[in-house]
Each structure stands twice: as C-alpha cells, then as structure tokens.
Design a binder for this molecule. Structure first.
Ligand code: NAD
Length: 316
C-alpha cells in the first residue's frame, strides 16, 4: 500500500538521497519540510515535477506551519538539525533550538495530527568518548562531549518518552560518519576545499590520528529503510555503520592522491582532537543491524575513496 512520508531536512545531504530512494520505486508520496538553512533546492530539483513529491520551505521552529504541512502523513523521517558541531560551541543555543526544540515541535505536531511513526537521525556522538569499542547500542552511561551531541541525546529521550506516552513507534538511528555526493560539510569536503585554495599545503586539524567509521550515503538510506521495515518494537535503536575505521591522515592521503597533488605537504595543528567536542575514536557495533539482516556494501576506506571521487565530480 502506498505510504505518505514526511521528511524534515529533506533538502539536505542525507535527506535528499532518502527522498530519491523513496520516490524511486513504488507509489509512495513524499513531502519535504526544510528551511534551506544548510539544505539546497538543487538537491531536489529533479523531483519537482513528480506528482508524488511536494516541497514545503518552512521551519521546524514555526509550529503552525509544521502542523499544517504534516497533516495526513503516516511516517515521519526527522533529519533536520544543525549539522555543524563546532557552531554549537560558538553559539551555544544553536543545538538547543535546532535539535531539542525542533524535535519537541515535531513530536507535538505529530501528536496533534495523529502521525504515529517517527524515524530519527541520531548520531554516534551520543556515546561520547566510549570506553567500549565497537560500541553497542546498550552502552552506557551516555556522556556527550558537544552541545550537538547533547541535543541528539535530548531528542532521543523526548522521542522515546512520546512513544511510551502517546502510543507512537520510533526508529532511532545512530549514524557513523555518512559521506558521499551532495555532502556540504565534514572532513572530506574540508580537505578538498582547502587543497583547491592552496594545492601546496593541507592543514589537518588535530594530530591526524582521530579514527572513525564511515558509511556511504547510499548504504545509509538503504539501512534506514531496511530497519524501519524489519524492527517492530515500540522503540527501536540501531547503530548504522560499518566494521572498520579510517584515520584522518589516511583520508588526507586519499584526497591528495585523487586530486593528483602528491607534493602537497600536510600541516597538523596538533592535539588529539580536531576541535573541542570532536570524539577521538568511533566505531559502532553493528551486530544488531546484522542480526536484522543488513550489511554495509563497503569498508570505511572504500566509502572514503568513493566519497572523495564524488566530491571531485568523478563519480556517483
Ligand atoms: P544537512 O545539513 O545536509 O541536512 C540538514 C537539513 O535540515 C538541511 O537541509 C537544513 O536546511 C535542514 N534544517 C535545519 N534546521 C531546520 C529547521 N529548523 N527547520 C527545517 N529544516 C531545517 O545534514 P546531513 O549531513 O544530511 O544530516 C542529516 C541528519 O543526520 C542530521 O540530523 C544530522 O545531525 C544527522 N547525522 C549526520 C551525520 C553525517 O555524517 N552526515 C552523522 C550523524 C548524524
């Protein structure tokens, strides 16, 4: 049966890929709700003529507009958020408003309009500096080290409380680093832009040894939809990632290789993290995801290679 999906942040990097996937097969309808703060209309333009697609340019901090747009939808995919962890340190109310309050407004709009199912894009950052790696979903205590992470954890708490209080169902996805075409932030995007500005030297934040897991955006949306179909509890929390890590210096090498700049020098700013709030090492356990029946199609290193090429316009 055809479904009506509501995608907050659907003009963003991951959201726009999710929208493409939802419209690709079948008869489902998709409404994107996005204020275009970091998202781009061009990521949606190929869908604008599709009768199953609707774009609402509006803000989650505008409850009447949100309620109006949400009416009649079955399943909400909540991806809108401030994507920039560092901005939260510079302007501390950013994540409270764009993360916690925006999520509260969405939950209230769902309650008012009778929407019952919510898939939320959370993050590995809720684990903070986890002592256990790979980190499973039941790891605790959760001690966020950035305001962005605090807002993600706060939003998770609001969502699970609404599910239990108002008969809703949720899927909470804790993403590893998601990379690929249309990305507008993150380490690969930064390195490409820095080397375009100065092909002889690349500044690398930290000591280059921060090691993380990377997932292609195509695998990410595939896993999201798979888990929504497969996990049936009231509250379903699932890490989305892969089983290896890549460090920042290796990513810099791959960017340098793909840009054909073997002579570019690396200048490390030093210290164990790139900035305050940067988690040094992240690897998520994906045992739950595998038990449901899904596996990533690439390693982190392969995902980075593909994303560097995509960032340079060399591939998908
Ligand atoms: P993105 O910035 O490309 O997408 C966020 C979208 O939300 C943008 O289109 C932006 O315009 C929109 N938005 C922001 N505030 C809004 C508001 N108040 N009202 C309406 N729209 C608003 O970021 P992304 O990388 O695609 O991330 C999507 C989600 O996944 C975010 O919640 C992010 O925290 C989460 N996440 C991303 C990663 C990653 O590696 N990219 C990792 C973990 C979690």
């Amino acid at each position: 049966m055809a479904m009506r999906h509501f995608v907050t942040g659907g003009a963003g990097f991951i959201g726009s890929h999710l929208v493409d996937r939802l419209l690709r097969d079948g008869e489902d309808e998709v409404t994107v709700y996005d204020n275009l703060s970091s998202g781009k209309e061009e990521f949606l333009k190929h869908n604008l003529g599709n009768r199953r697609f609707r774009f609402v340019k509006a803000d989650l901090l505008d409850p009447p507009a949100l309620k109006e747009a949400l009416r009649g939808h079955d399943l909400v995919h909540h991806l809108a958020a401030n994507p920039d962890i560092r901005l939260g340190t510079a302007v501390p109310e950013t994540d409270l408003r764009q993360g916690t309050l925006a999520t509260f407004n969405l939950l209230e709009a769902m309650r008012a309009t009778g929407a019952r199912r919510l898939a939320f894009s959370s993050s590995s950052v809720v684990y903070g500096e986890a002592a256990r790696i790979p980190t499973p979903e039941d790891y605790g205590p959760l001690v966020p080290i950035s305001l962005y992470a605090a807002a993600k954890l706060g939003a998770e708490g609001l969502i699970t409380a609404y599910c239990h209080s108002f008969d809703m169902q949720c899927w909470i996805f804790r993403f590893a680093n998601v990379i690929g075409s249309r990305s507008t932030h993150g380490v690969i995007f930064d390195f490409i832009n820095k080397l375009r500005r100065n092909p002889s030297e690349l500044e690398i934040l930290g000591n280059g040894r921060q090691s993380k897991a990377y997932l292609t955006v195509s695998d990410c949306v595939d896993a999201m939809l798979f888990v929504i179909g497969a996990a049936k509890e009231t509250v379903n929390i699932c890490n989305l990632g892969c089983e290896d890590q890549v460090n920042v210096a290796r990513i810099a090498e791959m960017v340098r290789e793909e840009m054909g700049l073997p002579g570019a020098r690396f200048r490390f700013t030093g210290g164990e993290r790139g900035w305050k709030g940067d988690v040094r090492a992240m690897l998520l356990s994906i045992d739950r995801l595998k038990a449901l029946g899904w596996r990533p199609t690439t390693t982190s290193e392969q995902a980075v290679r593909l994303a560097v090429r995509a960032g340079l316009g060399k591939g998908a």
